[in-house]
Design a protein around this ligand. Sequence first.
Ligand code: HEM
Length: 317
Amino acid sequence: MSTATAPTPIPAAQATVAGNPEAGHKLRLLIAYLIAIALIIGLGAYGLDYYVAGPHDRPFMAKHVLLKPSGRIGINLGILGVGMFLVIFLYPLRKRWTWLGRIGLSRNWLDFHVLLGLSAPFVIAMHSSFKFHGFAGIAFWIMLAVALSGVVGRYLYGQIPRRVNAAEFSRKELQDIQDKMAEQLAGQKILKESDVRSALRLPSQQTVDRLPAPVALIHMFVLDLSRPFRIARLRSGALHGAEYLTTLGGLLPTRHRELERAIAVAREEAALSKRILFLSRSQQVFHLWHVVHKPFSYTFAVLVLVHIGVVLMMGFF
Ligand code: HEM
């Protein structure tokens, strides 16, 4: 009698994730976002009456022993916040520590940096029970400023096309990719050339170069926001009868494979042309952004260390 056990069949979703590291990363990130959202909403709902109560009423509330900063939940939120910051700072550290840099992909680390950076202000606000004074208060406001500036930084990061290892493409390489896409678009017979030209229309390089940096940033953003509508207009030009309604005027994809393939190329071509057009402005503003984000982050880290030192010295543990 054989003792070997038959291999357990892998469920389809798991098999896809196992064979595709990108899908695995997306799944882990999704789970992490769900946990963070559940934790923040759950704790916020539980402590709402306490957090909105005045400072004189709080000590008489039953939840005070749990939710005050040194309470059972409060202190654990503080420890969780510190843990989150340690991971947040691993992202810049892995650029310096080669052994850490070899683990995983930079852009995947950035995804978790962003998730933790967005959640940490909520966790810390609840740890402090929404009282922001003294050293710790200053640290909180700096952290909030760093997190908000991070949103702009993340947008700019996405404007600079990179390889899988996060190295930037050169302008020449980007232009070669764009030429190939333009060729593909010119070769298709489904979309009208005039419609394609109108959907891809962009300001000239001279106009962009003359724009002040903040205006260039807003311009880029508006172009990104308006792209789905331009693409919808492009798609709607190829639709017939009721399809216009079922696709909400071209906003939703159709079932025509060829059309959707042409639309996908047009969409990518539009996004890439815009990135090439604004490339030097994005790099310039992103460089400036680093100059601000970095020192603020380190100031904030020092204030957190001071806060922890004071708390330990006062014997809260
Ligand atoms: C609140 C806590 C946060 C801290 C302490 C923090 C800290 C840092 C530090 C120290 C760096 C490295 C800067 C450099 O090397 O020049 C960095 C980079 C970055 N952070 Fe944050 N960050 C936080 C939140 C966020 C958030 C919420 C986002 C996005 C929504 C974000 C997006 C970025 C981006 C895009 C980079 C640059 C990536 C690169 O150039 O490789 N950060 N952050």
